[in-house]
Design a protein around this ligand. Sequence first.
Ligand SMILES: Cc1cc2nc3c(=O)[nH]c(=O)nc-3n(C[C@H](O)[C@H](O)[C@H](O)COP(=O)(O)OP(=O)(O)OC[C@H]3O[C@@H](n4cnc5c(N)ncnc54)[C@H](O)[C@@H]3O)c2cc1C
Length: 413
Amino acid sequence: MTTDITILGAGIVGICTGLSLIERGASVRLIDRSEPGQATSFGNAGVISPWSIVPQSVPGLWKKIPGWLIDPLGPVSVKPSYLPRFAGWGLTFLAQGSEARVRAVSAAMDTLNSDCITLYRHHLNGTGQEHLVRDSYYIHAFRNADEARLDTLDNELRRSAGADVERIDGPTLLELEPHLTEDFKAAIVIKGQARALSPGQIGTALAEKFKRLGGTIEQANVRAILPQEDGAWRYVTDTGEHTAQKLIVAMGAWSAELLKPLGIRIPLEAERGYHVNFTDPGISLNNSIMDVDMKFVASSMNDGLRVAGTAEFAGLDAPPNEKRAKGLVKLASRLSPDLNADAYTTWSGQRPSLPDSLPCIGTFDGFPNLIAAFGHSHWGLMMAPKTGRIVADIATNTPMNIDLSPYKPNRFS
Ligand SMILES: Cc1cc2nc3c(=O)[nH]c(=O)nc-3n(C[C@H](O)[C@H](O)[C@H](O)COP(=O)(O)OP(=O)(O)OC[C@H]3O[C@@H](n4cnc5c(N)ncnc54)[C@H](O)[C@@H]3O)c2cc1C
């Protein structure tokens, strides 16, 4: 079977979708304005977790938000001038925080995450870069030992999905991770996880494999997409006009703008995150570590110790705020007294975030040959391979036994 499919956006979601389509015998083109996998998919914290199935909006969260907003090192910020445009999204986000909604969303996250480690290993097979996904734990470290509990909703959700979750005390934590501060008095250890040693190199390796298997990658800026009378699509780039029988929109945080001229409105926010990469850290961590109080993640990678986090809402076109990155340097020094923080690089990128923590996956009403594959928020690295499989099944009309209704692009209309 050959089907002429073009994927707009070669982030990790677009690349994984391309690989799954090639496996199904389709003829596939990936278009990106820059190098594949080097936008948001480059700078994440590298957590690859079947058990990251707890949405952002949870019961009681609203009580913590005011404190976070006034703390310059806090995990969330909203640019004051952006508040009027952000308010609707924020209220819809908070409305998702009932226990019933959290359970429903968690089940939909589980569908996208459960096979993520196996699927990465499958895609990396034969690239020579198989080592880039390493087995590890995800350790949630707490300064207040009373808060490290197994009977919370998030751990109940993880355990009922099959996760092996253990509570450990401070001394046991230091045995696992000798460089962490003794201020951490307890931790929740989530086992059966993996971490990326370089998310950017994973993107490059998988894009190379995609090309080797017959896929085409073109560098071009996509400006518009136009439906044709026969159901095919025309897309306009800075290199000209092209056609495809089917179009997949995988442009991450930039996807919703492309769809607006078609009358499609998606409440997609750009949720800017930052990382600091300590290039000569003098320490190495054995696992992905989350500082639960300050909500950031640290992980040793090929090129240093990466500390990533923060959620900044300022609009898609707002420039990065270097103060947020510098804040991560301070937070990292509190995580480990042994860290050499002298040399570092900073980065920031835009998470594509919907208010219910779920992506848009599926066709658009009235446009059966236009398929959404965007909106993976905090979980796009880990959700990319399964999303790719699902989207490939949709594009090739392959039957699947998955309820797609939680990811419907028009669910907020
Ligand atoms: C600080 C931080 C930490 C994170 N940690 C994790 C983590 O540990 N684990 C995890 O699973 N997820 C994590 N994430 C989330 C994850 O990185 C994202 O969900 C994921 O990268 C989204 O992938 P994507 O392919 O949808 O988007 P992107 O990687 O942004 O790709 C979109 C692509 O579209 C292209 N594009 C956009 N507009 C156009 C245009 N007009 N023309 C042509 N091309 C265009 C861009 O160049 C880009 O390459 C984190 C994110 C951040 C910011």
